[in-house]
Design a protein around this ligand. Structure first.
Ligand code: ZN
Length: 528
Protein backbone atom coordinates (compact mmCIF):
# COMPACT_ATOMS: atom_id res chain seq x y z
CA UNK A 1 0.00 0.00 0.00
CA UNK A 2 1.14 3.54 -0.67
CA UNK A 3 1.34 4.53 2.99
CA UNK A 4 2.32 8.05 2.13
CA UNK A 5 -0.88 8.51 0.19
CA UNK A 6 -2.92 6.72 2.83
CA UNK A 7 -1.89 9.43 5.20
CA UNK A 8 -2.36 12.14 2.64
CA UNK A 9 -5.81 11.00 1.62
CA UNK A 10 -7.10 11.86 5.03
CA UNK A 11 -4.81 14.72 5.84
CA UNK A 12 -4.41 17.09 2.95
CA UNK A 13 -6.43 20.10 1.94
CA UNK A 14 -7.70 21.34 -1.39
CA UNK A 15 -4.92 23.66 -2.39
CA UNK A 16 -5.30 24.09 -6.12
CA UNK A 17 -7.89 23.87 -8.88
CA UNK A 18 -8.68 20.27 -9.74
CA UNK A 19 -7.90 19.60 -13.33
CA UNK A 20 -6.09 16.31 -13.85
CA UNK A 21 -7.47 12.82 -14.22
CA UNK A 22 -5.98 9.76 -12.52
CA UNK A 23 -3.67 7.51 -14.43
CA UNK A 24 -5.55 6.06 -17.38
CA UNK A 25 -8.65 8.15 -16.81
CA UNK A 26 -10.13 11.15 -18.61
CA UNK A 27 -9.32 14.80 -17.96
CA UNK A 28 -11.76 16.94 -16.06
CA UNK A 29 -12.32 20.12 -14.08
CA UNK A 30 -12.99 20.75 -10.41
CA UNK A 31 -16.30 19.56 -9.08
CA UNK A 32 -17.93 19.49 -5.66
CA UNK A 33 -17.95 16.43 -3.45
CA UNK A 34 -21.11 14.33 -3.44
CA UNK A 35 -22.75 12.19 -0.83
CA UNK A 36 -24.10 8.74 -1.49
CA UNK A 37 -27.59 8.66 -2.92
CA UNK A 38 -29.49 6.48 -0.53
CA UNK A 39 -28.45 7.90 2.78
CA UNK A 40 -26.69 10.80 4.33
CA UNK A 41 -25.51 8.24 6.91
CA UNK A 42 -23.34 6.65 4.23
CA UNK A 43 -20.54 8.62 5.80
CA UNK A 44 -19.05 6.33 8.38
CA UNK A 45 -18.52 7.33 11.94
CA UNK A 46 -14.78 7.72 11.87
CA UNK A 47 -14.43 7.99 15.61
CA UNK A 48 -12.56 10.64 17.55
CA UNK A 49 -11.58 13.66 15.49
CA UNK A 50 -7.96 14.66 15.25
CA UNK A 51 -6.63 17.77 13.54
CA UNK A 52 -5.74 15.55 10.57
CA UNK A 53 -9.23 14.08 10.42
CA UNK A 54 -10.82 17.49 10.34
CA UNK A 55 -9.01 18.47 7.17
CA UNK A 56 -10.77 18.19 3.85
CA UNK A 57 -9.75 15.04 2.07
CA UNK A 58 -8.46 15.88 -1.34
CA UNK A 59 -5.41 16.66 -3.45
CA UNK A 60 -3.86 13.36 -2.55
CA UNK A 61 -1.33 12.73 -5.25
CA UNK A 62 1.04 15.14 -6.96
CA UNK A 63 0.17 13.79 -10.41
CA UNK A 64 -3.54 13.74 -9.75
CA UNK A 65 -5.93 16.49 -8.74
CA UNK A 66 -9.35 15.73 -10.18
CA UNK A 67 -12.33 14.49 -8.22
CA UNK A 68 -15.29 12.53 -9.48
CA UNK A 69 -18.50 14.32 -8.42
CA UNK A 70 -20.07 11.17 -6.96
CA UNK A 71 -17.10 10.17 -4.80
CA UNK A 72 -17.77 9.82 -1.08
CA UNK A 73 -14.45 11.20 0.12
CA UNK A 74 -15.16 10.90 3.82
CA UNK A 75 -15.92 7.22 3.39
CA UNK A 76 -12.77 6.81 1.28
CA UNK A 77 -10.71 8.36 4.08
CA UNK A 78 -12.18 5.96 6.61
CA UNK A 79 -11.48 2.97 4.37
CA UNK A 80 -7.90 4.11 3.73
CA UNK A 81 -7.24 4.29 7.46
CA UNK A 82 -8.80 0.85 7.94
CA UNK A 83 -6.71 -0.72 5.14
CA UNK A 84 -3.52 0.84 6.36
CA UNK A 85 -3.97 -0.26 9.97
CA UNK A 86 -4.73 -3.87 8.99
CA UNK A 87 -2.01 -4.29 6.37
CA UNK A 88 0.70 -2.83 8.55
CA UNK A 89 0.07 -5.63 11.07
CA UNK A 90 0.86 -8.26 8.44
CA UNK A 91 3.54 -6.35 6.56
CA UNK A 92 5.59 -5.79 9.74
CA UNK A 93 5.99 -9.50 10.41
CA UNK A 94 8.84 -10.43 8.07
CA UNK A 95 11.05 -7.36 8.81
CA UNK A 96 10.56 -7.93 12.56
CA UNK A 97 11.49 -11.61 12.32
CA UNK A 98 14.63 -10.67 10.39
CA UNK A 99 15.63 -8.41 13.28
CA UNK A 100 15.11 -11.28 15.74
CA UNK A 101 17.17 -13.60 13.52
CA UNK A 102 20.11 -11.22 13.78
CA UNK A 103 19.89 -11.04 17.58
CA UNK A 104 19.08 -14.63 18.50
CA UNK A 105 22.54 -15.55 19.84
CA UNK A 106 22.99 -12.41 21.94
CA UNK A 107 22.77 -12.30 25.73
CA UNK A 108 19.38 -11.34 27.10
CA UNK A 109 17.78 -12.25 23.75
CA UNK A 110 14.30 -12.91 25.17
CA UNK A 111 14.10 -9.50 26.73
CA UNK A 112 15.43 -7.80 23.57
CA UNK A 113 13.02 -9.79 21.38
CA UNK A 114 10.05 -8.83 23.55
CA UNK A 115 11.03 -5.21 23.38
CA UNK A 116 11.15 -5.34 19.55
CA UNK A 117 7.99 -7.36 19.00
CA UNK A 118 5.85 -5.37 21.42
CA UNK A 119 6.89 -2.22 19.55
CA UNK A 120 6.70 -3.57 15.99
CA UNK A 121 3.92 -6.17 16.23
CA UNK A 122 2.03 -5.15 19.35
CA UNK A 123 2.51 -8.45 21.20
CA UNK A 124 5.14 -10.79 22.66
CA UNK A 125 5.88 -14.31 21.44
CA UNK A 126 5.53 -17.13 24.00
CA UNK A 127 8.78 -17.39 25.96
CA UNK A 128 9.22 -21.06 25.06
CA UNK A 129 9.56 -20.08 21.37
CA UNK A 130 12.43 -17.70 22.21
CA UNK A 131 14.45 -19.02 25.15
CA UNK A 132 16.15 -21.94 23.38
CA UNK A 133 17.19 -19.84 20.37
CA UNK A 134 20.86 -19.80 21.44
CA UNK A 135 20.93 -23.62 21.26
CA UNK A 136 18.81 -24.60 18.25
CA UNK A 137 18.18 -21.28 16.56
CA UNK A 138 14.75 -19.68 16.29
CA UNK A 139 11.89 -21.68 14.82
CA UNK A 140 11.11 -19.00 12.25
CA UNK A 141 8.23 -20.92 10.69
CA UNK A 142 6.45 -21.19 14.04
CA UNK A 143 7.11 -17.53 14.86
CA UNK A 144 5.86 -16.47 11.43
CA UNK A 145 2.63 -18.44 11.78
CA UNK A 146 2.09 -17.17 15.32
CA UNK A 147 2.52 -13.57 14.16
CA UNK A 148 0.14 -14.04 11.20
CA UNK A 149 -2.57 -15.52 13.44
CA UNK A 150 -2.10 -12.73 15.95
CA UNK A 151 -2.51 -10.13 13.18
CA UNK A 152 -5.57 -11.99 11.93
CA UNK A 153 -7.22 -12.08 15.35
CA UNK A 154 -6.63 -8.42 16.05
CA UNK A 155 -8.01 -7.60 12.57
CA UNK A 156 -11.21 -9.52 13.34
CA UNK A 157 -11.58 -7.46 16.52
CA UNK A 158 -11.07 -4.22 14.61
CA UNK A 159 -13.58 -5.05 11.87
CA UNK A 160 -16.12 -6.30 14.42
CA UNK A 161 -15.79 -3.04 16.30
CA UNK A 162 -16.33 -1.15 13.04
CA UNK A 163 -19.47 -3.19 12.33
CA UNK A 164 -20.84 -2.42 15.77
CA UNK A 165 -20.44 1.28 15.17
CA UNK A 166 -22.30 1.22 11.85
CA UNK A 167 -25.68 -0.22 12.73
CA UNK A 168 -27.36 2.77 11.03
CA UNK A 169 -25.84 1.76 7.70
CA UNK A 170 -27.28 -1.75 7.97
CA UNK A 171 -30.77 -0.37 8.59
CA UNK A 172 -30.46 2.12 5.73
CA UNK A 173 -29.21 -0.46 3.25
CA UNK A 174 -31.89 -2.95 4.33
CA UNK A 175 -34.58 -0.30 3.77
CA UNK A 176 -33.06 0.56 0.41
CA UNK A 177 -33.18 -3.03 -0.82
CA UNK A 178 -36.73 -3.46 0.50
CA UNK A 179 -37.70 -0.28 -1.31
CA UNK A 180 -36.31 -1.86 -4.48
CA UNK A 181 -38.40 -4.99 -3.86
CA UNK A 182 -35.80 -7.28 -2.23
CA UNK A 183 -36.31 -8.75 1.23
CA UNK A 184 -32.94 -10.54 1.14
CA UNK A 185 -29.65 -10.16 -0.70
CA UNK A 186 -27.37 -13.16 -1.28
CA UNK A 187 -23.87 -12.66 -2.70
CA UNK A 188 -21.46 -15.32 -3.92
CA UNK A 189 -18.08 -14.02 -5.08
CA UNK A 190 -15.09 -16.05 -6.16
CA UNK A 191 -12.98 -16.96 -3.13
CA UNK A 192 -9.96 -15.24 -4.70
CA UNK A 193 -8.31 -12.97 -2.10
CA UNK A 194 -8.56 -9.97 -4.42
CA UNK A 195 -12.34 -10.02 -3.86
CA UNK A 196 -12.05 -10.24 -0.07
CA UNK A 197 -12.97 -6.56 0.25
CA UNK A 198 -15.95 -6.90 -2.08
CA UNK A 199 -18.77 -5.65 0.16
CA UNK A 200 -16.97 -2.99 2.17
CA UNK A 201 -14.73 -1.55 -0.56
CA UNK A 202 -15.77 -2.52 -4.09
CA UNK A 203 -19.57 -2.45 -3.71
CA UNK A 204 -19.70 -0.20 -0.62
CA UNK A 205 -22.51 -2.25 0.93
CA UNK A 206 -22.72 -2.75 4.71
CA UNK A 207 -21.78 -6.37 5.31
CA UNK A 208 -24.64 -6.81 7.76
CA UNK A 209 -27.18 -5.84 5.07
CA UNK A 210 -26.24 -8.91 3.02
CA UNK A 211 -28.32 -11.86 4.16
CA UNK A 212 -26.23 -14.71 2.74
CA UNK A 213 -22.50 -14.43 2.00
CA UNK A 214 -20.48 -17.39 0.77
CA UNK A 215 -17.40 -17.49 -1.43
CA UNK A 216 -16.40 -20.36 -3.69
CA UNK A 217 -13.52 -20.88 -6.13
CA UNK A 218 -14.72 -19.49 -9.43
CA UNK A 219 -17.97 -18.43 -7.67
CA UNK A 220 -19.17 -21.97 -8.38
CA UNK A 221 -21.54 -22.22 -5.44
CA UNK A 222 -23.37 -25.33 -4.32
CA UNK A 223 -26.91 -24.96 -5.70
CA UNK A 224 -28.51 -27.44 -3.27
CA UNK A 225 -26.94 -25.73 -0.28
CA UNK A 226 -28.06 -22.34 -1.58
CA UNK A 227 -31.62 -23.61 -2.02
CA UNK A 228 -31.54 -24.57 1.68
CA UNK A 229 -30.42 -20.99 2.51
CA UNK A 230 -33.39 -19.68 0.53
CA UNK A 231 -35.78 -22.10 2.26
CA UNK A 232 -34.53 -21.03 5.70
CA UNK A 233 -35.08 -17.37 4.88
CA UNK A 234 -38.59 -17.99 3.53
CA UNK A 235 -39.41 -20.06 6.64
CA UNK A 236 -38.14 -17.25 8.88
CA UNK A 237 -40.36 -14.81 7.00
CA UNK A 238 -43.34 -17.12 7.43
CA UNK A 239 -42.64 -17.59 11.15
CA UNK A 240 -42.28 -13.83 11.60
CA UNK A 241 -45.71 -13.20 10.07
CA UNK A 242 -44.43 -11.82 6.76
CA UNK A 243 -46.70 -12.28 3.77
CA UNK A 244 -44.78 -14.49 1.35
CA UNK A 245 -46.49 -13.10 -1.74
CA UNK A 246 -45.90 -9.46 -0.74
CA UNK A 247 -44.16 -8.86 -4.09
CA UNK A 248 -40.69 -8.77 -2.56
CA UNK A 249 -38.04 -11.04 -4.00
CA UNK A 250 -34.77 -12.70 -3.09
CA UNK A 251 -31.81 -11.19 -4.93
CA UNK A 252 -29.00 -13.59 -5.79
CA UNK A 253 -25.75 -11.99 -6.98
CA UNK A 254 -22.71 -13.79 -8.37
CA UNK A 255 -19.42 -11.93 -8.68
CA UNK A 256 -16.70 -13.15 -11.02
CA UNK A 257 -13.42 -11.38 -11.68
CA UNK A 258 -10.91 -10.58 -14.37
CA UNK A 259 -7.71 -8.61 -14.87
CA UNK A 260 -7.92 -5.78 -17.40
CA UNK A 261 -4.15 -5.45 -17.80
CA UNK A 262 -3.18 -9.14 -17.80
CA UNK A 263 -6.36 -11.02 -18.67
CA UNK A 264 -4.77 -14.33 -19.60
CA UNK A 265 -2.64 -14.66 -16.41
CA UNK A 266 -4.17 -12.65 -13.54
CA UNK A 267 -7.84 -13.51 -14.02
CA UNK A 268 -9.73 -16.24 -12.17
CA UNK A 269 -7.50 -19.27 -11.54
CA UNK A 270 -10.56 -21.51 -11.27
CA UNK A 271 -11.49 -20.67 -14.87
CA UNK A 272 -8.02 -20.65 -16.45
CA UNK A 273 -7.90 -16.84 -16.44
CA UNK A 274 -10.58 -16.71 -19.12
CA UNK A 275 -13.00 -13.76 -18.61
CA UNK A 276 -15.72 -15.18 -20.81
CA UNK A 277 -15.63 -18.59 -19.17
CA UNK A 278 -15.73 -16.96 -15.71
CA UNK A 279 -18.80 -14.90 -16.61
CA UNK A 280 -20.57 -17.80 -18.33
CA UNK A 281 -19.91 -20.13 -15.39
CA UNK A 282 -21.34 -17.55 -12.96
CA UNK A 283 -24.41 -17.07 -15.13
CA UNK A 284 -24.93 -20.82 -15.44
CA UNK A 285 -24.93 -21.18 -11.64
CA UNK A 286 -27.37 -18.29 -11.25
CA UNK A 287 -29.71 -19.82 -13.81
CA UNK A 288 -29.52 -23.24 -12.16
CA UNK A 289 -30.32 -21.72 -8.79
CA UNK A 290 -33.33 -19.82 -10.10
CA UNK A 291 -34.60 -22.92 -11.93
CA UNK A 292 -34.14 -25.03 -8.80
CA UNK A 293 -36.39 -22.70 -6.80
CA UNK A 294 -38.96 -22.41 -9.60
CA UNK A 295 -39.08 -26.15 -10.28
CA UNK A 296 -39.36 -27.01 -6.59
CA UNK A 297 -41.72 -24.29 -5.40
CA UNK A 298 -43.42 -23.02 -8.59
CA UNK A 299 -42.72 -19.41 -7.62
CA UNK A 300 -41.47 -17.67 -10.72
CA UNK A 301 -41.13 -14.23 -9.18
CA UNK A 302 -39.34 -15.35 -6.02
CA UNK A 303 -35.80 -14.91 -7.32
CA UNK A 304 -34.02 -12.13 -9.18
CA UNK A 305 -30.48 -12.73 -10.35
CA UNK A 306 -27.60 -10.36 -11.03
CA UNK A 307 -24.11 -10.98 -12.42
CA UNK A 308 -21.21 -8.65 -11.62
CA UNK A 309 -17.63 -8.77 -12.91
CA UNK A 310 -14.79 -7.08 -11.04
CA UNK A 311 -11.58 -5.92 -12.70
CA UNK A 312 -9.21 -6.72 -9.84
CA UNK A 313 -6.58 -4.33 -11.24
CA UNK A 314 -8.62 -1.27 -10.29
CA UNK A 315 -11.84 -2.61 -8.65
CA UNK A 316 -14.10 -1.27 -11.41
CA UNK A 317 -17.16 -3.41 -12.07
CA UNK A 318 -19.26 -4.66 -14.94
CA UNK A 319 -22.91 -5.00 -13.99
CA UNK A 320 -24.74 -7.37 -16.34
CA UNK A 321 -28.14 -5.69 -16.57
CA UNK A 322 -31.07 -8.16 -16.54
CA UNK A 323 -33.83 -7.71 -19.11
CA UNK A 324 -37.57 -7.38 -18.38
CA UNK A 325 -37.81 -11.15 -17.88
CA UNK A 326 -34.87 -11.10 -15.43
CA UNK A 327 -32.57 -12.84 -17.89
CA UNK A 328 -28.88 -11.94 -18.18
CA UNK A 329 -26.38 -11.99 -21.04
CA UNK A 330 -22.61 -12.11 -20.54
CA UNK A 331 -22.43 -9.65 -23.47
CA UNK A 332 -24.81 -7.03 -21.97
CA UNK A 333 -23.27 -4.95 -19.18
CA UNK A 334 -22.45 -1.45 -17.94
CA UNK A 335 -18.77 -0.90 -17.09
CA UNK A 336 -17.92 1.63 -14.36
CA UNK A 337 -14.40 2.31 -15.63
CA UNK A 338 -15.98 3.69 -18.80
CA UNK A 339 -18.72 5.51 -16.87
CA UNK A 340 -16.11 7.07 -14.59
CA UNK A 341 -14.48 8.72 -17.59
CA UNK A 342 -17.77 9.80 -19.11
CA UNK A 343 -19.10 11.43 -15.92
CA UNK A 344 -15.92 12.90 -14.47
CA UNK A 345 -16.59 16.44 -15.65
CA UNK A 346 -20.33 16.45 -14.96
CA UNK A 347 -22.31 17.86 -12.05
CA UNK A 348 -23.67 15.47 -9.43
CA UNK A 349 -27.14 15.48 -10.98
CA UNK A 350 -25.84 15.12 -14.53
CA UNK A 351 -23.69 12.19 -13.48
CA UNK A 352 -26.60 10.38 -11.82
CA UNK A 353 -28.81 10.88 -14.88
CA UNK A 354 -25.96 9.50 -16.99
CA UNK A 355 -25.86 6.35 -14.85
CA UNK A 356 -29.55 5.68 -15.44
CA UNK A 357 -29.19 6.45 -19.14
CA UNK A 358 -26.30 4.00 -19.35
CA UNK A 359 -28.51 1.28 -17.89
CA UNK A 360 -31.25 2.01 -20.43
CA UNK A 361 -28.82 2.14 -23.36
CA UNK A 362 -27.37 -1.17 -22.18
CA UNK A 363 -30.87 -2.68 -21.97
CA UNK A 364 -31.61 -1.55 -25.53
CA UNK A 365 -28.52 -3.33 -26.92
CA UNK A 366 -28.82 -5.34 -30.10
CA UNK A 367 -26.92 -8.28 -31.54
CA UNK A 368 -25.28 -10.68 -29.08
CA UNK A 369 -26.21 -8.45 -26.15
CA UNK A 370 -29.89 -8.12 -27.06
CA UNK A 371 -32.39 -8.87 -24.31
CA UNK A 372 -36.13 -8.58 -23.84
CA UNK A 373 -36.51 -4.94 -22.78
CA UNK A 374 -35.55 -3.09 -19.61
CA UNK A 375 -35.50 -4.45 -16.04
CA UNK A 376 -38.12 -3.42 -13.48
CA UNK A 377 -37.63 -0.17 -11.59
CA UNK A 378 -36.35 -1.83 -8.42
CA UNK A 379 -33.56 -3.58 -10.32
CA UNK A 380 -32.70 -0.34 -12.14
CA UNK A 381 -32.29 1.39 -8.78
CA UNK A 382 -30.10 -1.40 -7.42
CA UNK A 383 -27.89 -1.34 -10.52
CA UNK A 384 -27.67 2.48 -10.51
CA UNK A 385 -26.60 2.52 -6.86
CA UNK A 386 -24.04 -0.24 -7.35
CA UNK A 387 -22.57 1.76 -10.24
CA UNK A 388 -22.49 4.96 -8.20
CA UNK A 389 -20.89 3.42 -5.11
CA UNK A 390 -18.23 1.75 -7.21
CA UNK A 391 -17.15 5.11 -8.63
CA UNK A 392 -15.92 5.96 -5.11
CA UNK A 393 -13.81 2.79 -5.13
CA UNK A 394 -12.29 3.66 -8.51
CA UNK A 395 -11.37 7.03 -7.04
CA UNK A 396 -9.97 5.27 -3.96
CA UNK A 397 -7.67 3.05 -6.04
CA UNK A 398 -6.64 6.09 -8.08
CA UNK A 399 -5.78 8.01 -4.91
CA UNK A 400 -3.85 5.31 -3.10
CA UNK A 401 -2.32 3.36 -5.96
CA UNK A 402 -2.38 5.63 -8.99
CA UNK A 403 -5.30 3.81 -10.62
CA UNK A 404 -4.00 0.24 -10.57
CA UNK A 405 -2.98 -1.99 -7.65
CA UNK A 406 0.73 -2.79 -7.40
CA UNK A 407 -0.24 -6.36 -6.43
CA UNK A 408 -2.45 -7.19 -9.39
CA UNK A 409 -1.79 -10.87 -8.65
CA UNK A 410 -2.01 -12.85 -5.43
CA UNK A 411 -0.67 -11.47 -2.15
CA UNK A 412 -2.84 -13.25 0.41
CA UNK A 413 -1.55 -13.52 3.99
CA UNK A 414 -3.23 -16.75 5.11
CA UNK A 415 -5.59 -19.49 3.94
CA UNK A 416 -9.02 -19.24 5.49
CA UNK A 417 -10.87 -22.56 5.69
CA UNK A 418 -14.47 -23.18 6.74
CA UNK A 419 -17.02 -20.41 7.09
CA UNK A 420 -14.38 -17.70 6.86
CA UNK A 421 -13.96 -14.52 8.87
CA UNK A 422 -16.85 -12.64 7.32
CA UNK A 423 -16.12 -9.51 9.33
CA UNK A 424 -12.75 -9.08 7.62
CA UNK A 425 -13.23 -7.22 4.35
CA UNK A 426 -9.94 -6.31 2.74
CA UNK A 427 -8.41 -7.05 -0.64
CA UNK A 428 -5.82 -9.82 -0.83
CA UNK A 429 -5.86 -10.44 2.92
CA UNK A 430 -6.82 -14.13 2.67
CA UNK A 431 -7.48 -16.97 0.27
CA UNK A 432 -10.81 -18.44 1.30
CA UNK A 433 -11.76 -22.10 0.90
CA UNK A 434 -15.39 -22.47 1.90
CA UNK A 435 -15.96 -26.09 2.83
CA UNK A 436 -17.98 -28.42 4.98
CA UNK A 437 -15.67 -31.36 4.38
CA UNK A 438 -12.21 -31.52 2.83
CA UNK A 439 -13.51 -34.06 0.32
CA UNK A 440 -16.11 -31.59 -1.00
CA UNK A 441 -13.79 -28.59 -0.87
CA UNK A 442 -10.65 -30.25 -2.20
CA UNK A 443 -10.65 -28.22 -5.43
CA UNK A 444 -10.77 -24.93 -3.50
CA UNK A 445 -8.08 -26.11 -1.08
CA UNK A 446 -5.78 -27.28 -3.88
CA UNK A 447 -5.95 -23.83 -5.48
CA UNK A 448 -5.15 -22.24 -2.10
CA UNK A 449 -2.13 -24.48 -1.58
CA UNK A 450 -0.99 -23.75 -5.14
CA UNK A 451 -1.22 -20.00 -4.50
CA UNK A 452 0.69 -20.29 -1.21
CA UNK A 453 3.35 -22.44 -2.82
CA UNK A 454 4.26 -19.34 -4.83
CA UNK A 455 3.65 -16.82 -2.06
CA UNK A 456 5.24 -18.59 0.94
CA UNK A 457 6.51 -22.14 0.53
CA UNK A 458 8.96 -21.33 -2.24
CA UNK A 459 10.44 -18.64 0.04
CA UNK A 460 10.84 -20.97 3.02
CA UNK A 461 7.80 -19.68 4.86
CA UNK A 462 4.93 -21.93 5.95
CA UNK A 463 1.28 -21.68 4.86
CA UNK A 464 -0.78 -20.41 7.81
CA UNK A 465 -4.23 -22.06 7.70
CA UNK A 466 -7.01 -20.58 9.82
CA UNK A 467 -9.83 -23.10 10.30
CA UNK A 468 -12.88 -21.17 11.37
CA UNK A 469 -16.54 -22.08 11.67
CA UNK A 470 -19.61 -20.38 13.11
CA UNK A 471 -21.89 -22.16 15.55
CA UNK A 472 -25.43 -21.30 16.58
CA UNK A 473 -25.62 -20.78 20.34
CA UNK A 474 -29.41 -21.20 20.10
CA UNK A 475 -28.90 -24.83 19.06
CA UNK A 476 -27.92 -27.12 21.97
CA UNK A 477 -24.61 -28.87 21.37
CA UNK A 478 -23.79 -26.82 18.26
CA UNK A 479 -20.56 -25.39 19.72
CA UNK A 480 -19.22 -28.79 20.83
CA UNK A 481 -20.04 -30.45 17.50
CA UNK A 482 -18.39 -27.63 15.62
CA UNK A 483 -15.14 -27.92 17.58
CA UNK A 484 -15.06 -31.63 16.72
CA UNK A 485 -15.64 -30.71 13.07
CA UNK A 486 -12.71 -28.25 13.16
CA UNK A 487 -10.35 -31.02 14.27
CA UNK A 488 -11.78 -33.39 11.64
CA UNK A 489 -11.10 -30.80 8.93
CA UNK A 490 -7.58 -30.16 10.23
CA UNK A 491 -6.72 -33.87 10.22
CA UNK A 492 -8.17 -34.25 6.72
CA UNK A 493 -6.02 -31.34 5.46
CA UNK A 494 -2.90 -32.89 7.04
CA UNK A 495 -3.83 -36.17 5.41
CA UNK A 496 -4.30 -34.58 1.96
CA UNK A 497 -1.04 -32.61 2.09
CA UNK A 498 1.09 -35.13 3.99
CA UNK A 499 4.49 -34.00 2.74
CA UNK A 500 3.83 -30.35 3.55
CA UNK A 501 2.73 -31.29 7.06
CA UNK A 502 5.73 -33.54 7.66
CA UNK A 503 8.07 -30.76 6.55
CA UNK A 504 6.60 -28.30 9.05
CA UNK A 505 5.10 -26.19 6.26
CA UNK A 506 1.50 -26.12 7.51
CA UNK A 507 0.47 -24.24 10.65
CA UNK A 508 -3.09 -24.15 11.92
CA UNK A 509 -5.24 -21.99 14.09
CA UNK A 510 -8.67 -23.34 15.03
CA UNK A 511 -11.28 -20.78 16.02
CA UNK A 512 -15.05 -20.53 16.23
CA UNK A 513 -17.61 -17.76 16.51
CA UNK A 514 -21.27 -17.50 17.33
CA UNK A 515 -23.53 -16.87 14.32
CA UNK A 516 -24.30 -13.11 14.64
CA UNK A 517 -21.83 -10.87 12.81
CA UNK A 518 -19.37 -9.24 15.20
CA UNK A 519 -19.52 -12.07 17.79
CA UNK A 520 -16.39 -12.67 19.89
CA UNK A 521 -13.68 -14.76 18.29
CA UNK A 522 -12.98 -17.92 20.33
CA UNK A 523 -9.52 -19.40 19.73
CA UNK A 524 -9.67 -23.16 20.27
CA UNK A 525 -6.10 -24.10 19.39
CA UNK A 526 -3.04 -22.94 17.57
CA UNK A 527 -0.50 -25.55 16.51
CA UNK A 528 1.51 -27.04 13.70
ZN1 ZN B 1 -11.51 -16.53 -9.07
Amino acid sequence: MNTRNAYKIRASRVSSPLNKAPVGMAQSSALPQAKSSYSSKQDYDIGAKTPMDLNTVCDTMPERSCRHPLTNMRQNAHLARCEESIKVRFDSITPTLKKLANLQHENDFVSKANSITSKELGFNFPTELLETAWVDGLDMKALYAKAVFNALNSSVAQFSDDLGRNEDLRVDAGSFFLDCGYHSVDITPCSDGRLKGLAKYILRLPLSAITVRNSYAGALFNVESNVRDWEKIELDRLRNGKVLDDGNSYLKIVVYHRSGSDPSHQGCAAHGSNDKVSAEAGLEKLTEFREAIENTYCCGSAIDILLIGVDTDNDSIRVHVPDSAGNISVHRYVDTSQLYNETLSMSIDQARVKLYNAIDICSDSSGWAQGDGRPHEGMRKVVANLLEYNLSQIEYVADLYGGIYPDIGHAERYISVGDGFQEIQLRNIAYFAHLDTVEEGSADLDIGIKIFTGLNLNKGLPAPIAIHYRYDSKVPGSRKRLIEKCYRVKNAILNRYKTLGENNNLFFQISIQDLPLGSSLEIISEEA
